[in-house]
Design a protein around this ligand. Structure first.
Ligand code: TYD
Length: 218
C-alpha cells in the first residue's frame, strides 16, 4: 500500500504558477534566498522538466512541430513528466528535509489541460496518480492579465507550442487559475503581479514566515 507522501515529508514544498511575463523567476530567486537564510538546503526545479527523462518529455511538449498533438496525449505527457520528477527529485529532497521550489506543478495541468483544453475532471484523477498525492505546502499564483503578460514576455524568445495558442485559450487558463484559488484558498496565494517586485517579495516573505512558523521552522 502506498503512503500519502504529503504526510511523510520533512521538507518544505513551494510552487509558483502563472503565465508568461508574470515575473516568476525574480521571485523564485527571492524565495531561494529566504530559505537559505533559514539555513535550509534549497532544490530549485521546474515543470515540465527537472530530470533527464522529464526534460526529454518537455522537448516533445513544447516543440512547435507537434501541432497535431491530441489534448489527452498532452495531458498524459505532462503527467508522465511529473510522475518522474516527483519520485526522482522532489520526494527524495523533501524526505531529506530540503526546501523544494518548483516553477509550475499540478495546478498548471488543472489550468491548462482541464480548463484550457476542456478535459474535465480526468486531469485531477490522472495527476493524483502522477504525484502519489503529494501537494505543495504553499503555491504562489502570479496573477497577471493574459494580454498584459503576453506584452511583457514578447520578444524574450520564440513562442513555444503552448504560447502559440489563441488568446481565448489563455483566458480559459486564467479562469482556471481563479477557480483553483477559490477552491484551495488555504494553499494557493494570489499575488498581484503588477505590483513592484520589491513589494511582491515582501508579501511572499510574510507568507513564507507564516508557513515556517506553522512547521516549526523558524
Ligand atoms: P515554460 O517555458 O516552462 O513556461 P513559463 O516560462 O511560462 O513558466 O513552458 C511550460 C509550458 O507548459 C507553459 O506554457 C505552461 C505549460 N504547462 C501545461 O500546459 N501543463 C502543465 O502541467 C505544465 C507544468 C505546464
Amino acid at each position: 500500500m502506498s503512503m500519502d507522501p504529503s504526510e511523510t515529508k520533512k521538507g518544505l514544498f513551494v510552487t509558483l504558477e502563472g503565465g508568461d511575463g508574470a515575473g516568476k523567476t525574480t521571485q523564485i530567486n527571492n524565495i531561494e534566498r529566504f530559505f537559505e537564510k533559514k539555513g535550509l538546503v534549497v532544490v530549485r526545479t521546474r515543470e515540465p522538466g527537472g530530470t533527464e527523462i522529464s526534460e526529454k518529455l518537455r522537448d516533445i511538449l513544447l516543440d512547435r512541430e507537434n501541432g497535431s498533438m491530441e489534448a489527452v496525449t498532452e495531458m498524459l505527457i505532462y503527467a508522465a513528466a511529473r510522475a518522474q520528477i516527483v519520485r526522482e527529485l522532489i520526494m527524495p529532497a523533501l524526505n531529506e528535509g530540503k526546501a523544494v521550489i518548483c516553477d509550475r506543478f499540478v495546478d498548471s495541468s488543472i489550468a491548462y489541460q482541464e480548463y484550457g483544453r476542456g478535459l474535465g475532471s480526468i486531469v485531477a484523477e490522472v495527476n493524483e496518480i502522477a504525484t502519489g498525492g503529494l501537494r505543495p505546502d504553499i503555491t504562489f499564483w502570479m496573477d497577471i492579465d493574459p494580454e498584459k503578460g503576453k506584452t511583457r514576455a514578447s520578444g524574450a524568445r520564440e513562442p513555444d507550442r503552448l504560447e502559440l495558442e489563441a488568446m481565448d485559450f489563455h483566458y480559459r487558463v486564467y479562469e482556471g487559475y481563479k477557480k483553483i484559488c477559490e477552491n484551495d484558498a488555504g494553499r494557493v496565494r494570489r499575488i498581484d503581479a503588477s505590483l513592484p517586485v520589491d513589494e511582491i517579495r515582501d508579501i511572499i516573505y510574510s507568507y513564507l514566515e507564516e508557513l515556517c512558523e506553522s512547521k516549526g521552522r523558524n
